[in-house]
Design a protein. Structure first.
Length: 647
């Protein structure tokens, strides 16, 4: 078996293996896409939007002024929100409004927006810090007798206060609560809490009692209002957490979190189709895990040198995380819902389910994204689609090395902006925020007037220098590197001999399969014209490509024989071309008895054997010349070193 035949055999074996993998991968992609349809519904957006309008965007009265949730700035505003907007939003006692009192809603109709039922009762909870949680400078010890620092696990206050009885005035640690991330800090579980009621009157009494006994103190760092609703019309849950942070600097920072999710996932026929897809997803993850283990055992360290190996590993891990989270969440949700049915007047924390749903959705989204990215692995077998893959692979080192310089300049600008404008401009208030602000500046999203207000002299210099260095210089350097590499790849692929492509391999396998099934004789997809010598330039180009000629060789061939791209090649032209290649005279051409043979136009004829021999001689000459050039270069370097030592 020759080297060319061995390479062709390896190529066909590799293509057959890749074709099998691509078919299995396509089934996996379709299955995962269908499973993803069960995660997000259009009704989720509208339900979240309605709750935001009801509790966040609606105005309420606070000290004679109409404000919104985001405009809360003091403890008085908080109590006004709780007694007005919160109570009226949680309890819809009348069909129209309380002023007209036309129709009072029944016990089964009372719900948020008349359609969303409260699961259990709402709860209000706060976390405090101790009075001695921060040191006071000796200069001010006589002036300030109390000091309350920011929140941290070491400064939490657990002592009773106020009346000293009840869960609202005594600290209670929790075991099933989860940490909550706010804008100031990340808060743990436990605290002082009070359960609200299922009626508006009882809830107002509880809130007024807390307000009159000064439940919110100077040590209060955060207050949470939690409740969960269920809408049977669309089978969706909405977990609401209203958070009011009281930073040590003073004031209130309100934040609202809404998680709309489908905890009872399998109710309709389509839901069971999604369940089947999720089971298949887990089976595919196990199958790919076994495949990766087999590849590691076979390839060993070579496995970790391939880029796609890490993509496969990420797909497997995210698939297992998604499946594990789905199973665990399904079991816990059933237990909690059974407890809600048995104890309807208790509070049940569904916030952890909201976080789990977000994590599960993120795992599935990352898996689906990586699966779509892996399509490039199979598309790269096509010569045209492989240009992107080859370009990224060849320019990776240059781009990474240049990225170091880019990051140095970018981080320096972010640090400079953070130090200059951080105390006055929100977009530069933190170092990470400053970096994202500069990324937005590259895309044209930038508020120049804000930094100009912060510093009239340094702001324009900072802005112009960043735009010039980063936008005009560094980004264009990235484009230049990629553009040059793309030109090199395109040239290499143009002069390289063609190999069997995936499309051609699949087409050949399809026709072979049809022939074995007895559906008709094998017919090549290329249509053959009635006259076997009547061909076009594209057909000749395709035939030469199958013989291993590159595009450059084919163009030289056409230029040699003056073939018109638009005209058809008749029998006489093909006969003349073949005779010329074989070094034989055409009929009607006078051949001299001695010397070189000529055509009718006087072009000398060269036998194909002589042409091949001359080509081999030229190759040998080029190798010898290359060796001579290397020796000359080495000699010149030695002479330069001798001259340098003499001087």
């Amino acid at each position: 078996m020759t080297t060319e035949m061995a390479e062709e055999f390896d190529r066909e074996y590799y293509l057959s293996t890749t074709a099998r993998e691509s078919i299995i991968f396509t089934v996996f992609l379709v299955n995962l896409s269908i499973a993803a349809l069960g995660m997000v519904y259009p009704a989720m957006f509208f339900m979240t939007r309605l709750f935001k309008q009801e509790f966040v965007e609606t105005l309420f009265d606070s000290g004679g002024y109409k404000i919104k949730f985001t405009q809360i700035r003091s403890a008085g505003d908080f109590w006004a929100f709780a007694e007005n907007r919160l109570v009226s939003g949680l309890y819809w006692d009348y069909w129209y409004d309380e002023a007209t009192a036309i129709k009072e809603t029944g016990p089964h109709d009372k719900g948020i927006l008349f359609e969303n039922k409260l699961l259990g009762v709402p709860r209000i909870r706060q976390i405090k810090v101790r009075n001695d949680s921060c040191p006071i400078h000796p200069y001010f010890k006589r002036t300030f007798l109390e000091c309350f620092s920011g929140y941290s696990p070491r400064t939490i206050d657990t002592a009773p206060f106020g009346p000293g009885t009840g869960t609202a005035w005594t600290y209670t640690p929790f075991t099933v609560s989860v940490a909550v991330t706010g804008r100031v800090a990340r808060y743990g579980d436990g605290g002082y809490y009070e359960k609200l009621s299922k009626t508006s009157n009882e809830t107002l009494k509880i809130l007024k009692n807390l307000k009159q006994n000064l439940w919110i103190t100077r040590g209060t760092r955060v207050v949470f209002i939690d409740f969960t609703t269920y809408n049977p019309n669309v089978n969706l849950f909405c977990v609401v957490k209203l958070m009011f942070e009281f930073p040590p600097t003073g004031g209130v920072i309100p934040t609202a979190n809404f998680y709309t999710l489908k905890l009872l996932r399998y109710a309709t026929r389509f839901d069971y189709v999604i369940l089947a897809c999720e089971v298949l997803h887990f089976c595919f993850a196990v199958f790919y895990c076994a495949e990766e283990i087999r590849e590691i055992m076979y390839d060993k360290w070579k496995y970790f040198k391939r880029f796609w190996s890490y993509i496969d590993q990420a797909i497997i891990w995210t698939s297992f995380l998604y499946s594990g989270m789905s199973i665990y969440k399904f079991i816990i949700v059933v237990q909690v819902l059974m407890a809600v049915e048995q104890q309807p007047d208790e509070y049940f924390g569904f916030y952890r389910f909201g976080l789990w749903e977000v994590d599960t959705r993120n795992y599935q989204a990352v898996t689906l994204f990586l699966v779509y990215m892996k399509i490039f692995k199979y598309l790269s077998f096509n010569k045209t689609m492989g240009q992107l893959n080859n370009t990224l692979r060849k320019c990776a080192k240059d781009v990474l090395s240049f990225s170091v310089m880019f990051m140095l300049i970018f981080v320096s600008f972010a640090q400079l902006g953070y130090l200059i404008f951080g105390s006055q401009v929100a977009e530069f208030s933190a170092f990470g925020t400053a970096m994202f602000t500069l990324l937005r500046t590259i895309l044209g999203d930038f508020d120049y007037s804000e930094i100009e207000k912060a510093h009239r002299i340094l702001a324009p210099l900072y802005f112009l220098l960043f735009i010039f260095l980063v936008f005009f210089v560094l980004l264009n350097m990235f484009l230049a590197i990629i553009n040059d590499t793309y030109s090199e790849v395109k040239t290499e692929m143009a002069i390289a001999p063609d190999q069997m492509q995936m499309a051609e391999f699949c087409r050949r396998g399809y026709y072979n399969f049809m022939r074995k099934c007895g559906c008709g004789k094998y017919v090549h997809p290329v249509k053959v014209m009635q006259n076997e010598y009547n061909a076009t330039m594209e057909q000749i180009r395709g035939a030469l490509k199958k013989c291993g000629f590159s595009d450059m060789d084919i163009d030289m061939f056409f230029a040699r024989y003056n073939i018109d791209p638009t005209a058809a090649v008749d029998e006489a032209d093909v006969s003349k071309l073949v005779q010329d290649l074989l070094g034989k005279p055409e009929e009607g051409v006078n051949r001299p008895q001695g010397g070189t043979q000529h055509t009718a136009e006087g072009v000398p004829l060269v036998a194909i054997e002589d042409f091949v021999a001359q080509q081999e001689r030229l190759d040998n000459i080029e190798k010898v010349m290359a060796q001579i050039a290397e020796k000359l270069d080495a000699l010149l370097q030695k002479l330069k070193k001798l001259e340098g030592s003499k001087t």
